[in-house]
Design a protein around this ligand. Structure first.
Ligand code: CP
Length: 316
């Protein structure tokens, strides 16, 4: 399957690195398989029987890590992992990412990698002898998050075309917005409103991509101005851990908040999404609002990741 990128000509293994790599045909196949996983969750599967999946997480995680581990177990495979690869792997002794990946490759069938460097997945693929799945690379990409986001939108609306999206929060340091926008840009007629603090605007790379591909987008200062127009409000947190100065973070946080008052500006059938974790950008009273989908979205991560692992395993 060509969508599961082969990053290195001499390495025939398949990888998941960037959300741009997926074709619409692949997404359709993935979503059908995700539906199947969701409907058959309780049935024990043998898809990964005898396979070992290594979870190498150099940054903290709740959803990505637990949902991938759960997906592996539900498919009959086994996981090897460390609580914190930055601290408990030999990275703490100065081992390079490349050397660690070379070694871990020899002990498992797949590597799921989260790392603080933007280029980490490509570096890993360049030396890995097994498929690598990017589970979050620095500020750049989180492709499996984008796949579960897209699945959630499709499940809700039955289409991925001609929709309006507010993309809100730390668009400079976050990675989920980039991955999602690259994916949504594959579908016609979508429009994006980017809402972020002045020091956290969308990356030049994403902006250039949108301009070069004649996609419809604008950067706006006031969230309430766009809430009545959008089908999806995709909130994200300000990425405290990626700020160089705590003072700058304190000035940046709390500027765009969805609460029980402004959420009522949204259309009745619009939805609120968030990759989570949230800090203060969606108040707790919004959780009961009919438009809130972020917990269902996170749960879909399990089924999407089960489908991803099956497709990758079928195409090794
Ligand atoms: N959305 C997401 O990646 O969450 P975690 O950091 O908890 O994995």
């Amino acid at each position: 399957m060509k969508d599961l990128i082969n990053m290195k000509k001499e390495n025939p293994k398949k990888n998941i690195i960037l959300s741009q790599q997926f074709s619409i045909e692949f997404l359709n196949e993935l979503f059908k398989l995700t539906d199947f996983m969701k409907q058959n969750e309780t049935k024990v599967s043998e898809e990964l029987r005898g396979k070992i999946v290594s979870l190498l997480f150099y940054e903290s995680s709740t959803r990505t890590r637990f949902s991938f581990e759960s997906a592996v177990l539900k498919l009959g495979g086994n996981c090897i992992t460390t609580e914190n690869a930055a601290q408990f792997s030999s990275a703490s002794k100065g081992e390079t990412l490349e050397d660690s990946i070379r070694m871990v490759s020899t002990y498992c069938d797949f590597i799921i990698l989260r790392h603080n460097e933007d280029n980490s997945s490509k570096r890993a693929v360049s030396v890995a002898s097994v498929p690598v799945i990017n589970a979050g690379s620095g500020k750049s990409q989180h492709p499996t998050q984008a796949l579960l986001d897209l699945y959630t939108i499709y499940e809700e609306f039955g289409t991925l075309e001609n929709m309006k999206f507010a993309i809100v929060g730390d668009l400079l340091r976050g990675r989920t917005c980039d991955s999602l926008v690259y994916l949504l840009s594959k579908f016609k007629g979508n429009e994006f409103f980017f809402v972020s603090p002045d020091n956290s605007k969308i990356k030049e790379s994403l902006k250039n991509y949108l301009v070069e591909n004649n996609l419809n987008f604008s950067e706006v200062d006031n969230l309430d101005d766009v809430l009545p127009a959008v089908d999806v409000c995709y909130m994200t947190r300000i990425q405290k851990e990626r700020f160089e100065s705590l003072v700058e973070y304190e000035k940046t946080k709390g500027l765009f908040i969805l609460d029980k008052e402004n959420v009522e500006l949204m259309k009745d059938n619009a939805i609120i999404m968030h990759p989570l974790p949230r800090v203060d950008e969606i108040t707790l009273d919004v959780d009961m609002n009919k438009r809130a989908r972020y917990f269902e979205q996170a749960k879909n991560g399990l089924y999407v990741r089960m489908a991803i692992l099956k497709l990758l395993n079928d195409n090794v």
